[in-house]
Design a binder for this molecule. Structure first.
Ligand SMILES: [Zn+2]
Length: 299
């Protein structure tokens, strides 16, 4: 069975007009429910404030939790931080952390939200409020559950927030393969960055991912992968600049699963980006990520 982490608070109404698809997480939940007995469900607790503050500026944590984020930061985030959005922002990192704990026990787990890789210490950015990947990684390490964790980010946008928030931490390494000319304009420095030119398709993408991710994992030798499985490298994505096919995305997950299996590495998956008008098609892509990885890695 595939351990899936979900919380009802992930599914909230859109706080305002925004290109972020607020219906996505509910659609992902519904599609996974259709899998019946293949999936076993886990509900996370909200991330305790102290762990949010281990990564984010305490003033910013207070602004979010009290739903009084300054307008300028809300603009950078891409939507207003209402009390509902704040509650969601606190429970999503709890989900990524729980997915990490479950992956250590069972080889694989997936959070039906998260991958908020643009959030920075003192502000949200690019539809991300708190950086669930960085918060979960710090907590898993500090609790002694793992000695080294790798955050592997295959979203089409660079994991700049994750890179910045984990920089210099001796037990956390970050890998990001992304479209070089895409958001964010100013890139941060991950442990390993793999910038790609516009329009890269399946064959080239998979070749570069195989070579660079193998080397990264062998160099860093983590005990756990936290995976940002954004589906925005898809050719039809509104905010992507790469050209992966539906099959190419499936091949990407098979490749990531193979690299993890060869090294006996557990993997916890988060959702990440995926943009366009057809929410169900995007949700189906995210669910294929989860099921492909789960079929290969879940014990
Ligand atoms: Zn993205």
């Amino acid at each position: 069975m595939i351990a899936v982490v979900h919380h009802p608070d992930y599914v909230t109404e859109a706080p305002a007009r925004s290109t972020y698809r607020w219906g996505k997480n509910g659609a992902i939940r519904d599609l996974l429910r259709d899998e019946g007995g293949r999936v076993d469900w886990h509900e996370p607790a909200p991330m305790p404030r102290a762990w949010l503050e281990a990564v984010h500026d305490p003033d910013y944590v207070a602004e979010v939790l009290e739903a009084r984020v300054p307008r300028e930061k809300e603009r950078r985030t891409g939507f207003p931080v209402t009390p509902l959005v704040a509650r969601r922002a606190q429970v999503v990192p709890g989900g990524t952390y729980l997915a990490g704990v479950l992956a250590l026990e069972r080889g694989f787990s997936a959070n039906t939200a998260g991958g908020s890789h643009h959030a920075l210490a003192n502000t949200g950015a690019g539809y991300c409020v708190f950086n669930d990947l960085a918060v979960a990684a710090h907590r898993l390490v500090e609790e002694g559950r793992v000695s080294r964790v790798a955050i592997v980010d295959c979203d089409v946008h660079q994991g700049d927030g994750t890179a910045a928030l984990c920089a210099g931490h001796p037990q956390i390494a970050t890998y990001s393969i992304h479209a070089e000319k895409n958001f964010p304009v100013r890139k941060a420095q991950s442990t390993r960055d793999v910038p790609l030119p516009d329009g890269v398709g399946d064959e080239e993408y998979l070749r570069v991912l195989d070579a660079t991710l193998s080397d990264f994992l062998d160099t860093y030798r983590p005990d756990l992968i936290l995976y940002q499985g954004g589906v925005d490298p898809f050719a039809g994505d509104r905010l992507g600049r790469l050209a992966l096919s539906e099959d190419g995305l499936v091949q990407r997950e098979r490749l990531v699963a193979r690299l993890a299996t060869e090294r006996a590495l557990p993997l916890a998956c988060t959702v990440g980006g995926g943009y366009g008008d057809d929410v169900m098609a995007i949700a189906a892509r995210h669910v294929r990520v989860i099921l492909t990885l789960g079929a290969a890695l879940a014990r």
